[in-house]
Each structure stands twice: as C-alpha cells, then as structure tokens.
Design a protein around this ligand. Structure first.
Ligand code: F3S
Length: 385
C-alpha cells in the first residue's frame, strides 16, 4: 500500500506510539482489503462504548492510548444513561467502569454524544468519506445520505479518527456501490410501521449484497428502520430505493442478470407473534424528533402500567423538551446515551416488546429476553393496558 512521507513518519513512530499503532491498524486493514492508499475522512463514529460489550480488556486498551482524534468523532451508545443509571437498575460497579470508559474516550478527544444516530447532530453530505462503525448508522450514511463508509470495527474507526484517514477500498469506491440484487416489492402492500419487519426479512435473504428496492416509497425514518434491520439480520451496509435514495438515480438501470427476490405479506405478518411482555422499549435506532413526537401523541391521555423505555440521543432529547415531558408525564421514561441492547438494565426482563427489526434480532442474545415485535401503536397499547 502506498503511504506518503507523512504517513510513513507516523508508521515509524515519529509522532508517538499510539499514532504508530493506529497507523499499523489502518495499514493492516488496507493490506487485507487491497487498498492502494489512504484517503482523508470528514468524521468518525466509534463503537465499543458500552462496558457490557468491551469489558475490562477493552477499557485497559483505551486507557493505554495517548493521542487525540483529528476529525469530529462521536461515540456509540454506552451501557447506561449518564445521569439516571440507578433507575435502570445498573450496579455501582458497572457505572463506575462505564464512567472510566467515557473518561478514556474523552481523553482521546471523542465527543460523548453516545448515539447511533450521529447524522441528526452533525452535518454529513453526499460524497463525504467517513469511518463509521455502528451498522445502522453506516447503512443510513451510505444509503440515505449518499456518504461513503465501510462498516468499520471499533479499533478501525478509532484508528481512522486519530490518523484522520481510512484505507480506500470497499464502499469508498463508487464502482463498488452498484446494486447486486433487486428486491421487487411492487406487489407488496406495506404499512408504514412495517419497514423494520421488512428489513428483518430482506436482510436474511440478501446477506451482504447491495439491494435495490423497487415499489416502495419510505420516509427517512422508515429508511432508518429498514437499513438497521437489514444490517442486523444480514450485513447490509448500503441499499438503494428506486426514486428515493440519492444514488438510486446513478444506478437506476440495474445490469441484466441480477438476482431478483420478493417478500410477501405473510413473511412480515409471521414476525408479529402475540406474547405477554413485561417491558416495552422503542428507539432502536435512537428516536428522531418526529418519532419522539409520535410517541408523545400516542401516549397522550394514558398512563403506563408496564415499564416503557424510549431511547434517543441527548441532542434530540434536548431539542424536544415538550415531547419528552409529555411522554414522561405518563410514567414512561426517555433516556439518552444508551439503548435496549447495550445496557445491562434491560436484562431484568423476560420478554420485551419492541418496534424495531434490529432490536427483534439482537434482544434475545444480548438481553437474554424474548423479543416481541409490534407497531408503535401496539407498543403503546401493550404498555398502557
Ligand atoms: Fe442503536 Fe442500540 Fe439499536 S446502538 S441501532 S439503539 S441496538
């Protein structure tokens, strides 16, 4: 892989041991994936933030690093809300280690936004090269915005943030962004709340290929739900929707010979099993302002009878105080910084109702709970009756 003079100096350790290690990670990644060079990035998003997922080894590694990021860099959700961790039943021991993780990232210059929806908080433009790690954020940045990022691992994203560059391969190269499979939904009647379920089903069918959808007209929030679920049950990092997503026009006429698949309404309906739940959680990925307002509207005039958790980012929560107050007046709780999957607080429940295809995929393994999928209306109904 070609390195310029400055990059060579970093690799030789002239700018310190941490930068040398970070450059070594980038060169190793670039070599494995056949990159010819590094390219500058506009921002990074780093995963490996919850103490639940990185543990003591990850914390010690972060504490050993001595450098600062050189591009705007935000952190993925951590294992607890920073202020109300006791409400979620988090132990003092966990909270203390989680705070150590936060401190380690703060020392590296990472912004502690702690969200999987950084695109609500910072400007990301079509064609920007990024090094983002969280799979739903990667799918959104690539597909909905038309930015360019591979699905980075935590160390790869942090290395890119500290060096300010990433290896030029994969989805950074326009030619690699062509659709690889057509998902023809022209005969499917899909309800607005079913995009998470659709992503769950399609992700299993397409694996890591790039799908081009025909016959749907999702909103941005629905695209978010679709991409997050496909990234969870498959490994989709980019998808196109004909006449909707920005690059669909570039690749509108798919080459002959692409596989085509479809989904029928029975496959979606089969995911909505009716089981008793003891908690309800929404906000996977973190709620947008519109989604917070929708929760507030649906809860209006009701009181929750089961724990009802709403997850969003600190920035979106602070910008929507009326919606948050309206939700919390009903007894539901709105939390920043964390999510239903990476917080040990959700492990107290045996069955959790969610409105997210991604959460449906991850809650069983990550929380040890049965997951039930419902629409947002059904989630509110289950929590309030
Ligand atoms: Fe975000 Fe957690 Fe879901 S990181 S996408 S809310 S699993």
């Amino acid at each position: 892989m070609f390195l310029d003079a400055e990059e060579e100096k970093i690799l030789e350790g002239e700018y310190g041991e941490t930068r040398r290690q970070m450059m070594e990670i980038l060169v190793a990644l670039g070599t494995v994936y056949g990159a010819e060079r590094l390219i500058p990035i506009r921002s990074a998003q780093v995963s490996g933030a919850s103490y639940k997922t990185i543990g003591e080894w990850g914390l010690k590694w972060l504490q050993s690093l001595d450098a600062r990021v050189v591009v705007p860099t935000v952190l993925n959700p951590i294992g607890m809300p920073r202020e109300q961790w006791q409400e979620l039943g988090i132990s003092e021991a966990f909270a203390s280690r989680q705070n150590d993780v936060l401190e380690a990232y703060r020392n590296l210059g990472v912004k502690l936004a702690c969200t999987c929806t950084p695109y609500y908080l910072q400007e990301v433009r079509y064609g920007d090269h990024l090094a983002w790690a969280e799979s739903s954020a990667v799918a959104y940045a690539n597909s909905v915005i038309g930015a360019r990022t591979n699905r980075e691992g935590g160390p790869g994203a942090l290395a890119a943030a500290i060096v300010g560059k990433t290896p030029f391969y994969g989805l950074h190269i326009v030619e690699n962004r062509r659709p690889q499979v057509v998902v023809d939904l022209t005969r499917l009647e899909i309800r607005p709340e079913q995009y998470g379920a659709l992503g769950y089903v399609v992700g299993r069918k397409v694996g890591n290929r790039i799908p081009l959808f025909l016959g749907i007209r999702p909103t941005r929030d629905q695209l978010k739900a679709l991409g997050a679920a496909m990234a969870a049950t498959g490994a989709v990092a980019l998808f196109h929707v004909d006449r909707i997503t920005p690059e669909a026009r570039v690749f509108r006429y798919a080459p002959d010979g692409l596989d085509a698949l479809t989904v029928d309404s029975d496959e979606l309906a089969a995911l909505y099993a009716e089981i008793e739940v003891d908690a309800v959680a929404v906000g996977c990925p973190h709620c947008s302002a519109d989604e917070l307002q929708a929760v507030a509207r649906l809860l209006s005039g009701r009181q929750v009878k089961k724990p009802f958790f709403v997850f969003s980012s600190r920035g979106v929560i602070q910008a929507n105080p009326e919606a948050v107050m309206a939700i919390e007046r009903t007894g539901a709780r709105v939390y920043a910084d964390t999510c239903m999957v990476v917080s040990p607080g959700m492990e107290r429940y045996a069955a959790i109702m969610v409105n997210s295809g991604k959460a449906l995929a991850y809650v069983p393994d990550m929380c040890g709970a049965v997951a039930r999928l419902g629409t947002l209306e059904e989630c509110v109904e289950a929590a309030t009756t």
